[in-house]
Every structure is written in structure tokens, then in C-alpha cells.
Design a binder for this molecule. Sequence first.
Ligand SMILES: Nc1ncnc2c1ncn2[C@@H]1O[C@H](COP(=O)(O)OP(=O)(O)OP(=O)(O)O)[C@@H](O)[C@H]1O
Length: 320
Amino acid sequence: MRVILSINNLRAVYLVREGTIKACDGVSFDIEENTVYAIVGESASGKSTIIEAMTLTLPPNSKILEGEVIYNGRDLLKLSENELRKIRWSEIALVPQAAQQSLNPTMRIIDHFFDTVYAHHKNWQNNEIVKKAEELIALVRLDPKNVLYSFPHQLSGGMKQRVLIALSLVFKPKILILDEPTSALDVLTQAYIIQLLKDLKKQLKLTLIFVTHDIAVAAELSDRISVVYAGNIVESGPTRDVLKDPKHPYTQGLVNSIMSLISDPEKIKGIPGDPPSLLDPPSGCRFHPRCTYVREECKKEKPPMYSLNSNRKVACYLYK
Ligand SMILES: Nc1ncnc2c1ncn2[C@@H]1O[C@H](COP(=O)(O)OP(=O)(O)OP(=O)(O)O)[C@@H](O)[C@H]1O
């Protein structure tokens, strides 16, 4: 399958009073067209930073230090603001985390569609915008007559999430990136959003990239997965293979703790210690202080991504 987006050695930091937070530290992965890619990790591991760096939507106190984001043969990090505007939303759309709160409480849903279209300088007629909004709201299985003329507070969390997905599709993007699309939703609504995303992917031939802390959601929705620990990708591969036979000691700990939670909560082992501060992360492999297999080289040099086969990669000296 064709690679549609290629991220190479992406590094981004936040500048804060105490120093620099190294939240995305040399991250690389390829996204194949018409697949679903999950970026999985614990809270504060740098998942949002990765996708915000990829889409150049990081906050002002951040800095991209190096890397490439190759889309259609061009490095997005080198484009002008004007060139980027043509790609954002029209080719690559992002639904940020907690986006439900980003709906303006004083505006009806239809007004959000008007605003989005105007913000991208599209000279669509108002009736065209209404027609498009109706079509998209129906596509996410909501009733356009009710929903388009409602205010956000009149909708449930799941309905707002579906409205945001509809809004993100307004210019028919090829890639849809979602940050925690199912968090803060009850289990049934989560399942509904997962099914909806699967159907939209098929129907619209979308490539989906999403961030989640929930391995069950990644297992359900994604074809491929990257596991993030403290700003680094530690393992990538087909979701089923990675979860069935995790290779990196961190992924092993993560998967084991979830499996024991499901099968026998009494036996949860967890991973000893806590994730490090990204202000002053450990040298070498950032997981080494918590790793049972730690050896000298792990403390010195960050391990490269070793290819186990054409499909799987792991950043651990055990696989040198
Ligand atoms: N605007 C910011 N300024 C300073 N530090 C930030 C900023 N945004 C994120 N961080 C820090 O960067 C690190 C990575 O955060 P990030 O939001 O990317 O993680 P995450 O894995 O997406 O977590 P979560 O699932 O909780 O959102 C954290 O230590 C976080 O506190």
C-alpha cells in the first residue's frame, strides 16, 4: 500500500520557565493510505504533541527542532502559512482533544459550518453550505433538522463528537487525525463512535490517525499501532501482532497489566516506578530506570528502531 504520510525524526519541545519539556523526541513512522493508525501511550507521554507537531498546530510556547513530515512529496514543515492553509482541512483535518469544548456555546451548529467555510476563504453560497452541512450531519447519523439548529449545550457528548467529525469532513480531507476521539464518552457511545469511524473510513476512503490512552480502543479500531513512552515511539507494527506478542519491555508491561485487569484483577503487576519528567528525562533509553532487562548501553545511548521484519519495529537493544 502507498505511504501517504511519512514522519521522520520529528523533535519538538515546549519552552517553560523551568526549562524545556522534551515531549516529542525523534519520532518516525509511516502511514499507509486508507488504513487506521493508532498512537497509544499513557497520559502526558507526548501523543498530542506528536500530532500537533505533524500538523503544525502546536501552541506558541513550543518549538519544532528538527524532522520532516512528508505529504505528497512535500515537507509540510517547510511550507508557507498560505500553502499550509490549502492543505489543512482540505487534505488533512484534525479533530483536537477535548474538541467538544471548542464548539462555541453561543453559536448554533449550522453557524460552525458557516464559520469553518468562511475561515478557509471558500466562496461557497450559503445554500451550498447548508446543503453540505445537512449531508455531513446525516452521514454521522444525526438528524440535520434538529441538530443543525441546536446550540452545543443541547447535545450530548457523543453527539458533539459526531458534529465535530462532520465539520472536519467539510472539505473532503484524505487524512483525518483525531486526538482521543472516544475519551470522556460512556462505553456504549465509544462503541458507536468506533463503528462510525470504521464506516466513514470505508465509505469515504479516508486514512485515519488517532491518539488514545486506551489500548482496547486501539485494538478495536486500528490496523497499525505505535506505542509511545516519554516522548519516544518504542514499538510499531500491525496492532494485532503488537498486542498479541509485544516486544518492547514497556509494551509488554502495558499489555500484561491490561490483560490481568481483564482476566484476574488480583494479579495486576503493573510497571514498577513512574514515567519520567520530560523536563529532565533519563539518558539513553528513557524507559531504562524501570526496565527489568536494563544493561549498560541502555543508559548511554538512545536505542535506534530495530526492524524485526518488514512490518515490526522496536527501539530496544534486546533486539540488536
Ligand atoms: N502548552 C504546553 N506547555 C508546556 N508543556 C506542555 C504543553 N502541552 C503539553 N505539555 C507537556 O508535554 C508533555 C506531553 O504532553 P502531551 O499532551 O503531548 O501528552 P499526551 O500523551 O497527549 O497526554 P494526554 O493524553 O494527557 O493529553 C507533558 O509533560 C505535558 O505536560
